[in-house]
Write a protein that binds this ligand. Structure first.
Ligand SMILES: [Zn+2]
Length: 311
């Protein structure tokens, strides 16, 4: 099972066949994401349809620092939040104790998700680091993840993931990983940043990335853009076939937890929503059940594409 991603130029040219393929590949995982948050099955399908329409409408503004899947899930997250807000405003759940409670739980989860969105000041900073720089930064971080994975340093990978992706505090990270003390956490972070800086210098001799790390090795804010790109570009998300193998129980658990440990940590403890949705989608027993939804999505996307491509 390979991880397919579409040709953005074809999508931007409103290529119907490419959009049809996108719908078929991604419909199940989007539905899985929404199903964790929206209790009403019919409403879920409406949200899926809105997501694909939003994706077609917005494709001209696609930002190459993201994967296409990330782009799609960004829209999906926003449409899901919109839906739950509308539902809350209309007072659904009043007088239904249990339902109301589960709605609250969903809202809390979604607010948590939203708090990962960049604050205005972070957006300004991210804009300062030009598009080219952010792409390079994402590549550097992917290099670091891959070499750390290849070296079997899974504990180190999880610690840095906890700090950058999860926003964990040093104390909690130390607790979780049985490290000597909190200084050990800071040490791992320090060495990771140092190595990332070296990788950046190799890839980018011009120094475009220098600002991302800060001038000073010890500056506490050194990883702001690093953490932001780490999360938004999904540099540590295992490919879908790793998720499948993790579900089948065929991943190694050594050394230091091995790939099995990292994948479980990433999906369940850091709570990567996109990987959770992919895992739910992989666990789906009945593929044929998606066909009616896919037909509706196709009809609504085609309606939009025709309105844009006919004279
Ligand atoms: Zn992930």
């Amino acid at each position: 099972m390979t991880d397919w991603s579409p040709d953005i130029a074809r999508l931007a040219a409103f290529d119907d066949a490419e959009w049809a393929r996108v719908e078929r590949v991604y419909v199940g995982r989007l539905l899985a994401y929404i199903a964790r948050r929206v209790p009403d099955a019919e409403a879920r399908e409406d949200v899926v349809q809105e997501v694909f329409l939003g994706a077609v409408r917005g494709i001209a503004r696609f930002d190459a620092v993201f994967t296409f899947e990330q782009y799609l899930f960004g829209i999906c997250r926003n449409r899901t939040i919109d839906h739950l807000r509308r539902r809350a405003v209309h007072g659904v759940g009043v007088g239904e104790g249990k339902d109301e409670h589960s709605t609250d739980a969903d809202e809390v989860r979604l607010e948590d998700v939203e708090s990962n969105a960049p604050s205005p000041s972070r957006v300004v900073r991210a804009n300062d680091l030009a598009q080219h720089g952010r792409l390079l930064l994402a590549e550097v971080l992917r290099d670091w993840v891959q070499e750390t994975w290849a070296a079997g340093e899974f504990k180190r990978l999880m610690v840095v993931e906890a700090l950058f992706r999860g926003g964990w505090r040093n104390r909690d990270t130390w607790d979780r990983f049985d490290l000597r003390d909190e200084t050990a956490v800071a040490g791992i972070k320090f060495r990771a940043l140092k190595r990332m800086r070296a990788l950046a210098a190799e890839r980018d001799p011009s120094g475009v990335l220098a600002d991302a790390w800060g001038a000073d090795d010890t500056a506490p804010a050194v990883a702001v853009d690093v953490a932001d790109v780490w999360t938004r570009a999904r540099v540590s998300c295992p490919a879908r076939h790793w998720l499948a193998r993790s579900m089948a129980g065929t991943l190694a658990t050594e050394p230091d937890g091995g790939p099995a440990g990292f994948v479980g940590f990433h999906v369940d403890e850091v709570g990567c929503e996109v990987c959770q949705a992919n895992r739910d989608d992989l666990a789906r027993q009945d593929e044929a059940a998606l066909e009616p939804l896919l037909a509706n999505v196709r009809a609504s996307t085609l309606g939009f594409l025709r309105s844009r491509t006919l004279p």
